[in-house]
Each structure stands twice: as C-alpha cells, then as structure tokens.
Design a protein around this ligand. Sequence first.
Ligand code: GDP
Ligand code: ZN
Length: 458
Amino acid sequence: MSATDSDTIVAIATAPGRGGVGVVRLSGDGALEIAAGVVGDRPLHPRQAHFRRFRDERGEVIDEGLVLSFPGPGSFTGEDVVEFQGHGGPVVLDMLVRACLYHGARQARPGEFSQRAFLNDKLDLAQAEAIADLVDAGTQASARAALRSLQGAFSEEVNRLVEQLIQLRIYVEAAIDFPEEEIDFLSDGRVAADLRALLGQLDRVLATARQGRLVREGLTLVIAGRPNAGKSSLMNRLAGFDAAIVTEVPGTTRDVLRESIQIDGLPLNVIDTAGLRESPDRVEQEGIRRAYEEMRKADRLLVVVDSQTGVEALKEPALLLPDSQKQLENLELPITIVLNKADLSGMEPGPLDGHPDTFVISATSGEGLDALRDHLKAVAGYQSTDESPFSARRRHITALEQALAALDKGQRQLGDHAAGELLAEDLRAAQKALEDITGAFTADDLLGRIFSSFCIGK
Ligand code: GDP
Ligand code: ZN
C-alpha cells in the first residue's frame, strides 16, 4: 500500500471516557477534503493550529476546537493526516467521528495508523510495537525501554547485525561460485573470525533484549499460604514506598486477583490465591479451574508461612498449603518459601541456612525483605542497571534465538567439513530470522496479528 491508493481512516486517538481534550485523527488521501467538510473551506496551513467550529452532517455545530493538518509524506503515517482537538467527552467525539464518516472516512481498525506508518516506511515493525509498549507501560523503566526502542535503539542493533551477515554471505556465496577456490576461501580464517564476532554480538543483543522483555512483562508470582500468614502484609512491604502503585488489575476470571507492583523497576505481577476454595457450586468450580489455568503460566510460587508455627512445616511441604490450595503443588512451579513474623518467632531474618530458596522475614518491621527482593530479581534474571535496555517482546527474543541457533550451526558446519553450501543456507536463515524483527519480510498474517493487538486510534 502506498500513500496514493489508501482510503481515509478515522478514530478517536485519546483514551475512552471524559477528558479536558479529546483528539480525533484522520489519515489518508481524503483527509483534507473530509476535514473541510467538518470545519469549512478556509485553508489549513500545514502543522499550524486553527481554531474552528466542528459541524455534523447537517451543518449543526458539534463542538469548537483546534484543527491541525500534516500533509504526507512528512506525517506520522506518511499520508495526509488531520487532527481535531475538541472537548474530551465521549458523545462529542463520537459525533465528530460520525461527521468524518459521513464525509467519506472509514472507521480505523485497531493499530491501523501504526500499520500505515509501517507500510509507508515511517517506522519498522519493532518501532511500531514500541509505540504500543510505550502506551501500555506500567513502570517508568518499561516506558524508558519502550521509548529507546521507538527511537530505534533495538532496530539499529538488528540492522547492524543484518548488515554484517550480508557482508559475510556475499563472501561465502562468492566462494561457492568459484568452487576450485572454495576451500581456500572458507579456510582462510576470515569466515570463522567473522562468524565468531557475529555470534558474540548477537549474544549481547539477546541479553539486552531479554532484560527489555523482563522490564516489560516482569515476573509473575502466585502468592499462597494459610490465612493470616501475612500475604497481604508482604505484598504491601514489597511495594514499599511505591505503595501508591499497588493497583488491582482486573483478572481474566473473577476468582483471580492480580496485583502489579515493582521492585527496582522489575514489574512483579502477583496472582493472589485468596479466592481459591473448595466449592460445590458449578460456576465457581469453573472459575477456580480457570484460576489454576492462569496460575500454570506463572513463573514462580511464593508460599508464605507464619514462622511461629511453620518451621516444622518445612519438613513436610504438604503442610505449607491449606487444603483449598493443594492443587497448587500440581502446577510444578519453582517455589520460594517465606517464613514471616520473625519478630514474633525470634528467627533470624534473612536466607534460612540449609534451605535453598527459603527466607525469614518480618513483614511488619521489614527485616529480611532486602534478601527476598534480591532473590526475586535473581531468579528473574534481572539486573537493575542505570543503562536502560530497549523494550522487546517474546517474538523478538525467539527471532534472536533462531538467528543464534542458525549461526551456531553454521559455525559447526564450517568446523566439520568446510561446507560452503550448508553454511550459506544457515547464514540465510539467520538473516531471515533477524529481519522478522524489523518486519522487512514479515508475512502479512503475522503483521495483521501484531497490529490488531494495538488499540484503536494508535
Ligand atoms: P494474609 O491473610 O495472609 O493476607 O495475612 P495478613 O497480611 O492480612 O496478616 C494477618 C495478620 O498478621 C495481620 O494482623 C498482620 O498485621 C499480621 N502480620 C503480618 N505480618 C506480620 C509480621 O511480620 N509480624 C507481626 N507481628 N504481625 C504480622
Ligand atoms: Zn490477605
């Protein structure tokens, strides 16, 4: 699709609900003409704000506000773009959208503005994904990482790797084209050295991307234990001075309570098990079944025990969990045990000697919490550094791993029998995997899936 054959799309760009200002965005060939239908024919100067009345299809005034035009290709989407800034009421903005539809626009699909920016080469795929990640960011660290990706930090690394791969491919393919010299070409050490360097760089990019994904998605913990063991107190403690950030994220099922907190920039998604109980009620059983389904995807189980009664229980893991939570054992998640209320039991706060992944704390006094925090960061593989990583998604990590595997294989081929053809194939596969990240040759259905997960208006 190019800027010249697109229909014109419209959507509310600001969050749903009321706000001081609401923005409706148009993009496409007809944007300026449609805008003229809404605000009249007086000329709009590019990138300047004009105060105008917005009118509906019958010519009645809906609202008044600012209208701005951004002619393509120097716009976000690369097409002609017009933005209306009106009063941020849902009804007003709906009427404005309807007026645009009347004058020939079509309602935008989710992510369609970003998709057009991608198709018009204003952004690559990793950058477009970073827009969605920036908007969805739940912590400052993930917002910073998304911005770095949006500004191209991740794409640059990937493009540099691709560039080096292409150089190497040219060399190897040339060797294949001159079979009598192939062996010399491949055994002159240059190919092996270049491959080694590439592998090293790819490794570093992968490590940064893994941090970026962690910053975005965090560690998901299931918190369990008997009533009054101190689960809620521990959560509040972990949230620390950021307690205001403690929010209840509506679970996908009514029995799962999710909370989101962060430790040193690492998001912790906590699934509370308070709702788990045995119940004869069919609907409730279904809810609980789904709760377990969701917990299965967690990274770790955190069992809180009252250290006044619980030390004995450590010898008998079955005693750690109340009957209603016994099924948690079947999830086979790695477990961290927290012995709480050290201030009452007199146990010494900190890691418990002789028991791996077991910590004595007092949620009330905060003692032992630092060791637990460090432990959670360590099991997540999180390093809190000042240097912020770029944001990355599972899709990106998978692609980097595929590229790494292909290069690794290529390196072994080279060592084994200097097989140029096979090496060339591995290099090609590595390049393809990397280009999937920036979307250079990404299949349409994957693109569709990625963009449709964005909000409407993005
Ligand atoms: P939950 O049912 O597991 O969520 O437990 P709560 O966090 O609601 O705590 C139950 C009770 O134990 C509350 O009265 C807390 O104030 C108290 N409590 C929690 N942690 C500690 C602790 O470390 N020391 C003391 N002394 N009391 C605690
Ligand atoms: Zn509680």
